[in-house]
Design a protein around this ligand. Structure first.
Ligand code: SAM
Length: 249
């Protein structure tokens, strides 16, 4: 009978001080660490000299990574499958659970949360997520673009703060422009927009924008950037982005 397990460990935005105590414990207790190389490198300080097996994989091999993690756990190893930010938010948690359900043998899988990019970026900007917000990924690799458009339309028409993950990639430069157009069609005014690149890790940078000026910041927006589009009440105050929640001062 195997005693292995897979812990899907959220490593947060990048800097080790954002790791939770539970994540550190899971990494300390595991025999094998598997993950996309950027995330494994970010926790390298916890791995050096500990005699753990470490496997870094390339982007885009997620199914193989989960199947490998499952097969090693079934041999009796404690496996830490590391996933940036929160593993349950566009991360590895769902896929790992799906893969665990494929086999006949029961495989224990635990999900260890991490600070997601939205939380890390919001803290850098101020308090833009104080009211209802929608989180939408602009990546159409795993989601049809028509569905992404439908969700942008719905969130904007409900005056929600909108957090855009995966706002831009080298092969999909026009998606952000289309997203801006859809949002503009649903609202009046020019909401505040905050941009954070590499939130909570080395190289963190912030830009202040508005919806109408957002496309002037394309040089800043890449796959390490998070875009937060405010609602009709969001404003900037002394460099901080605030979405008020209704308190009367
Ligand atoms: C596939 S999603 C993974 C999200 C991750 N699971 C999380 O909870 O943050 C990748 C996208 O998250 C955003 N992202 C992740 N880490 C970030 C960071 N440190 N700063 C800004 N954006 C980040 C970027 O928009 C990036 O394209």
């Amino acid at each position: 009978m195997h005693k292995g397990k897979v812990s899907v460990v959220g490593t947060g935005p990048g800097a080790v001080e954002y790791l939770t105590a539970q994540a550190i414990l899971a990494i300390e207790e595991c025999d094998l660490v598997i993950g996309y190389r950027l995330y494994v490198r970010q926790i390298s300080g916890l791995l050096e000299g500990k005699g753990k097996e470490v496997i870094m994989s390339a982007m885009g091999s997620e199914i193989e990574r989960c199947r490998f993690a499952a097969s090693e756990a079934l041999k009796g190893k404690k496996v830490a499958l590391v996933s940036g930010g929160d593993p349950g938010i566009y991360g590895m948690a769902g896929l790992m659970l799906q893969v665990a359900g494929e086999g006949d043998e029961k495989l224990p899988v635990e999900i260890i949360p991490g600070i997601t990019a939205a939380g890390a970026a919001a803290a850098v900007l101020g308090a833009p997520l104080m009211h209802d917000f929608a989180v939408i990924s602009l990546s159409d690799l795993l989601t049809p673009w028509v569905l992404i458009e439908k969700r942008l339309h719905a969130a904007a028409s409900a005056d929600m703060v909108i957090v855009l993950y995966n706002p831009r990639s080298k092969s999909r430069k026009d998606l952000l422009a289309r997203a801006v157009q859809i949002i503009e069609e649903q609202i009046t005014g020019d909401p505040a927009v905050g941009l954070v690149r590499a939130a909570g890790r080395e190289g963190q940078e912030v830009r202040k924008a508005s919806l109408k000026s957002l496309l002037e910041h394309l040089d800043f927006i890449d796959m390490a950037t998070l875009v937060i589009i405010g609602n009709s009440n969001t404003y900037w105050q002394d460099g901080k982005m605030i979405t008020p929640r209704g308190y009367q001062l």
